[in-house]
Write a protein that binds this ligand. Structure first.
Ligand SMILES: Nc1ncnc2c1ncn2[C@@H]1O[C@H](COP(=O)(O)OP(=O)(O)OP(=O)(O)O)[C@@H](O)[C@H]1O
Ligand SMILES: [Mg+2]
Length: 257
């Protein structure tokens, strides 16, 4: 099964939104994914109505006090979830003292047979380029990069490309796909950004675009995923297409019941 790191070092581009709704699309298709909130901001943890200061969080795993499997809870929409903790930022701060932490997630997922198992795994990354982001990238089979269709998006994507290239000395190139988010059809800026990205990263831009839609933010505010909150919306269609495209491309494998 596939481990997807949803990553962009640019903040606010839709990493959490995409993690939550792609996972929901999988659950709706009969496959219950595992989502790990690996961001000390713990936005996803709060969105699903959990406390970012609770006891069983991914912080335990990095502190060495709990295996991943013991941290998994089930959300009402069928998604398995490991919450974040506000103190998770300490892991990023300890890069020199605990260098091995960058490999910890990969090793843990393998040792606990979560990678290669039945569950696709989605990691909602922090925009901070530190131990946590690197540990997600080292564990991932593919990187899904949401890019907001706004001014300077291509500069951000180039910066990110350099970051990912820097990781290639530690292992094979991880496949990556850019997902245009906050897309406004026929708007000059949106079309320009989409064209620039297609030229800069040929073959790596997903056909699916997540359109700018208020209902996405409204769903997040309600604590529901887009399929629960507005199943007939264009936003629900966009996320269903995203899942279909990842499956069709062969980058994501999943078997529904
Ligand atoms: N397609 C969209 N249409 C409308 N609002 C959106 C869309 N995508 C994301 N948003 C809103 O934009 C804000 C930022 O999105 P999100 O939190 O997913 O970004 P992020 O990349 O995870 O941010 P961070 O880097 O801080 O973790 C949220 O309020 C979200 O609801
Ligand atoms: Mg986020």
């Amino acid at each position: 099964m596939t481990i997807i790191a949803v990553f962009n070092q640019k903040g606010g581009v839709g990493k959490t939104t995409v993690s939550a709704n792609l996972a929901a699309a999988m659950a709706r298709n009969g496959v219950q994914p595992l989502v790990i909130d690996l961001d000390p901001q713990a936005h996803l943890t709060s969105l699903v109505g959990m406390s970012p200061a609770s006891v069983d969080t991914i912080f335990n795993f990095y502190r060495g006090t709990g295996p991943l499997t013991e941290l998994i809870t089930s959300l009402p929409n069928g998604v398995h979830f490991i919450p974040s903790h506000l103190e998770l930022g300490k892991v990023d701060a300890q890069i020199t003292r605990h260098r091995d932490n960058v490999w910890r997630l990969k090793l843990g997922l393998t040792a606990e047979m979560l990678s290669g198992g039945e569950m696709p795994i989605i990691i909602d990354c922090t925009p901070n380029l530190g131990v946590l982001a690197f540990s997600a990238l080292f564990a991932a089979d593919m990187v899904l990069v949401p890019v907001a269709a706004e001014y300077l998006a291509v500069n951000g994507a180039n910066l990110l490309q350099r970051t990912l290239a820097g990781l290639e000395k530690f292992g094979p190139r991880i496949p990556r796909r850019y997902l245009i988010n906050r897309y406004v059809p026929d708007q000059v800026t949106s079309e320009k950004i989409a064209g620039q990205l297609a030229r800069t990263f040929p073959g790596e831009i997903l056909r699916t675009r997540i359109r700018e839609q208020e209902v996405i933010a409204a769903a997040a505010g309600s604590g529901e995923d887009i399929f629960e909150f507005a199943p007939e919306s264009k936003a629900a269609t966009d996320f269903a297409f995203l899942l279909d495209e990842l499956l069709e491309s062969g980058l994501l494998e999943m078997q529904s019941d």
